[in-house]
Design a protein around this ligand. Structure first.
Ligand SMILES: *Cc1c(COP(=O)(O)O)cnc(C)c1O
Length: 385
């Protein structure tokens, strides 16, 4: 009863056992595993900033000026200049009144949703939302309703039904701008119109759009000019910004509520101030002409794999767990690190390879990737399906 080995054996029998596999180099576009160099198409470092010397310099400078740790929750030990500067810059960049930073994107979702909604409220969540949003929704105690992935018409009907029964309830629609395992975009314009028609609010996770989409890389809402109509704009510094940490951009009043209620903010030590310094440098870089150049290089790499695809995430859906793992192994033999993604990260029967492109990949890596995928029997790209 107290032995985990049976559970591990069950996972293995279902093709669902996971393990940590070492790499022996920095997490750059090329990594070393088992003594071999591999092209890394597994990371979310879409702009290649995780190894950018400018961010490293800002990080080190931040450590020199503010030390390594923030020592306590900001409510306890005070709100340091780097956190405040980052939040003002973020709010301005996202067209919001205010922003609040957390130690991770997961912490944003797990802390914010329970702060914004509770018993008697309703959260309407896209079926393919990230685990952090699902867990945040569950923790909130609100009623959770799920709509089929990106199905605006069904969302409209569901909202109408819920609103008819609960005239004055707080209803929040929760979705993502770029879905993390499919790389597709939500129909944001339609969703904004629908939620407004039914008097609901919108919580949009831009984790994979921040840095990548829109003017200055400010995301899908920015790309469509909808920032002011999205009440909660969430994002993370752990993907295109090459660092770690998450944020929520919103109104000042909602931010004040988060400071009072978001347990992952209140009961967790603030991220290192030096990280906030590096995050500010990343935000500035992302919004600069250099950021535009990196996004063009990323765009060219995406087009080199599957022309016109809307994001840096390209799924190659395979189906069975074992076949996905075999395809991932085969590609590793050919010199590529590309993860097999299985249940519960994706629905059962839709195990896949998840390729992620970066501005840091040289064109020859993308050409080689295409060839390797063609040679790998099981791996069809979306453009080929
Ligand atoms: C990665 C991710 C998160 C969590 O962000 P971290 O900063 O890695 O904790 C949240 N939402 C989505 C959609 C993500 O892909």
């Amino acid at each position: 009863m107290d032995d985990p080995r049976q559970e591990l054996a069950d996972l293995a029998a279902a093709g669902l056992l996971r393990g940590l596999r070492p790499i022996d180099s920095p997490a750059g576009p090329r990594v070393v595993r088992d003594g071999r160099e591999l092209w890394n198409f597994a990371s979310n470092d879409y702009l290649g900033l995780a190894n950018d010397p400018r961010l490293a310099e800002a990080f080190i400078e931040g450590i020199r000026n503010f030390g390594t740790g923030s020592t306590a929750s900001r409510l306890v030990s005070g709100s340091l200049p780097p956190h405040r500067e980052l939040e003002s810059a973020l709010a301005a960049a996202k067209g919001a009144e205010a922003a609040l930073v957390f130690s991770s994107g997961f912490a944003v979702a797990a802390g914010s949703l329970p702060a914004l909604a509770g018993k008697g409220d309703i959260l309407i969540v896209d079926k393919l939302c990230h685990a952090s949003l699902i867990d945040g929704a569950r923790l909130s105690g609100a009623t959770i309703r799920v709509f089929p992935h990106n199905d605006a018409a069904k969302l409209d009907r569901l909202l109408a039904k819920v609103r008819a029964r609960q005239a004055s309830a707080r209803i929040i629609v929760v979705t993502e701008s770029v879905f993390s395992m499919d790389g597709d975009l939500c129909p944001l314009r339609e969703i904004v119109e629908i939620k407004e028609r039914h008097g609901a609010l919108l919580y949009l996770d831009e984790a994979h759009a921040f840095g990548v989409l829109g003017p200055g890389g400010m995301g899908l809402a920015a790309a469509l000019g909808l920032q002011e109509r999205v009440e909660f704009q969430m994002g993370t510094f752990s993907k295109a910004a090459g660092l770690a940490g998450g944020y929520l951009a919103t109104s000042s009043a909602w931010r004040d509520l988060l400071v009072n209620r978001a347990r992952t903010f209140i009961y967790s030590t603030a991220p290192p101030p030096a990280l906030a310094k590096a995050s500010l440098a990343a935000l500035e870089l992302i919004r600069s002409a250099d950021g535009d150049r990196l996004r063009s290089a990323l765009r060219a790499n995406i087009d080199g794999v599957t022309p016109g695809h809307p994001s840096a995430i390209v799924p190659a859906i395979i189906g069975s767990n074992d076949a996905a793992i075999a395809a991932s192994r085969e590609l590793e033999e050919r010199g590529f690190m590309i993860p097999a993604i299985r249940y519960p990260t994706v629905p059962r029967g839709s195990a896949r390879l998840r390729l992620s492109l970066s501005a840091a990949h040289p064109p020859e890596a993308v050409v080689a990737l295409r060839e390797a995928l063609t040679a790998t029997s099981a791996a069809g790209l979306p453009a080929d399906r």
